[in-house]
Ligand binder design. Structure first.
Ligand code: NAD
Length: 489
């Protein structure tokens, strides 16, 4: 049985709740895990609070905190095959993609480890008064609730855990109830690296019963959440009465803009990975293709030819290039978006159904789907379907491309393809999104900030700002020779 991790102890759920984890690729039982409820969430917060208020971690020198993150990075490298396997069983993701993720995760810990160990830890303020010593220092925020989704389970967790610990916070982690295993493994690695008991706590379970109590608890100082827009709104409201610091990494409906002068083969190739990687279950997926009028027919024809040939299969099928969706319910949601798009006038160019391969019958597969002749306002264009569904819209010129790209409540990411460097930069600066790629799609590095504008959220992960999210700036003013002011005398 997989248990909760509270105050440095592996602990069964207080009410005896359990949940079965099944692989989305074929429905096989992966494990049975403890299911936390409000009592467990409260116990985990108590442990994190105690570790913050009385434990050694917040007062541990930054160089030692950084060194611990570097040790965790090395342990992640050591265990990357086992971690990748666990991630693939939980998510159905191809093993090779999970291995890439584990390498990125080790890099993330390495980056924050170096940043914390070597970074500046405050500054002296020039007040102009030699009788005053004025300094600004950076302190941890306190107890952090870290709530993460199922699509990149350990990656999203690492983006929070590494900076939170690096800054000296303690935390309670609540991973998605669908994909708990790599979070469990990370807790073991943190303990092995020497993290004091209580600094890292883990509750497993549903959002409403294990997650929501963390967002309401007055002993929690900050909530960092990655997940859907609707949940993000709920979490912001739940955190309001106790005025917690909140960071939200929400969804996206990301435009991929292709001008007629783009490098054709590369643009087609990247348009495929932009949207069909991990079956479209990527927050930054390029799910809206905006293609210039004169290129439209040739581009879409070639894209559809290649999309129709993408082999589907489970995590350990070496011939597969895309896996299943996370659950039956999620596949039904994707199907409903495609049906709505067709009813609203979109033209189905490929996919639009489940594969008929009997070998895939027990998984939640859906064929890569291209919907052409889409228009603004269709629900399949405006909403995040979070599946392998590409909508295609045409534009005539740069202004129309930018207007279409920004015609969304989201602002997470986007890309522009053109061989005109000046136009690439012009369009990148006009697209309202936290990340814009020029002649590329998807790359990110831990040194550069990641996050959304508009309803894709606020706050940034990664980069120096990703560390600053978990810090409070404090001004300490010292009067070196106090004498009476006689204001009231
Ligand atoms: P989700 O919002 O359903 O769940 C995310 C997490 O929140 C889960 O752990 C869930 O149990 C928990 N949760 C649900 N209700 C809660 C509540 N009331 N209080 C506290 N916790 C609660 O999202 P999901 O389906 O797991 O993930 C997919 C979404 O995540 C997509 O919208 C995707 O775009 C987004 N995402 C964003 C980024 C980013 O960097 N911006 C990265 C990955 C995923």
């Amino acid at each position: 049985m997989v248990e909760l991790f509270i105050g440095g102890e592996w602990t069964a759920a207080a009410d005896g709740g359990v949940r079965e984890i099944r692989c989305p690729a074929d429905g096989t039982l992966v494990a049975t895990v403890d299911e936390a409820g409000p009592k467990d969430a409260s116990a985990a917060v108590a442990a994190a609070r105690d570790a913050f208020d009385r434990g050694p971690w917040p007062g541990t020198p930054a160089a030692e905190r950084g060194a611990l993150l570097l040790r965790v990075s090395a342990l992640l490298e050591r265990d990357k095959d086992a971690l990748a396997r666990a991630e693939s069983l939980d998510t159905g993701k191809r093993l090779v993609e999970s291995v890439y993720d584990m390498e990125d995760i080790a890099r993330c810990f390495r980056y924050f480890g170096s940043l914390v160990a070597t970074g500046g830890h405050g500054r002296v303020v020039d007040t102009g008064d030699p009788g005053v010593d004025s300094r600004v220092v950076h302190e941890p925020v306190g107890v952090c609730a870290l709530i993460t989704p199922w699509n990149y389970p350990l990656l999203q967790t690492a983006w929070k855990v590494a900076p939170a610990l690096g800054a000296g916070n303690t935390f309670v982690l609540k991973p998605s109830e669908l994909t708990p295993h790599t979070a469990v493994m990370l807790m073991r690695l943190l303990a092995e690296a020497g993290l004091p008991a209580g600094a890292a706590n883990l509750v497993l379970g549903a959002g409403a019963t294990a997650g929501a109590p963390l967002t309401e608890d007055p002993r929690v100082d900050m909530v960092s959440f990655t997940g859907g827009l609707v949940t993000g709104r709920r979490i912001m409201a739940a955190a309001a009465p106790t005025v917690k610091k909140v960071a939200l990494e929400l969804g996206g409906k990301n435009p991929n803009i292709v001008f007629a002068d783009a490098a054709f083969d590369a643009a087609v190739d990247y348009a495929l990975t932009a949207v069909f990687l991990h079956a479209g279950q990527v927050c930054s997926a390029g799910a809206r293709l905006l293609v210039q009028e004169e290129l439209h027919d040739a581009f879409v024809t070639e894209l559809v030819r290649q999309a129709g040939a993408i082999p589907l299969g489970g995590p350990f099928d070496d011939d597969a290039r895309a896996g299943p969706l996370i659950s039956a319910a999620h596949r039904e949601k994707v199907e409903a978006y495609v049906a709505a798009g067709l009813a609203e006038g979109a033209v189905l160019r490929c996919g639009g159904e489940r594969p008929d391969d009997p070998a895939l019958r027990d998984g939640f597969y859906y064929l890569p789907t291209v919907l052409d002749e889409c228009t603004p306002g269709m629900s399949v264009v405006t909403d995040e379907s979070f599946g392998p569904v590409l909508t295609v819209e045409r534009f005539r010129d740069e202004d129309e491309a930018v207007a279409l790209a920004n015609d969304t409540v989201y602002g997470l990411a986007g890309a522009v393809w053109t061989s005109d460097a000046a136009r690439g930069h012009r369009v990148a600066s006009r697209v309202r999104a936290g990340t814009v790629w020029i002649n590329d799609f998807h790359p990110y590095v831990p040194q550069a900030e990641w996050g959304g504008m508009k309803q894709s959220g606020f706050g940034r992960e990664l980069g120096p700002t990703g560390l600053a999210e978990y810090q409070e700036a404090k001004h300490i003013w010292r009067n070196l020779s106090p004498s009476p002011q006689r204001w009231f005398a």
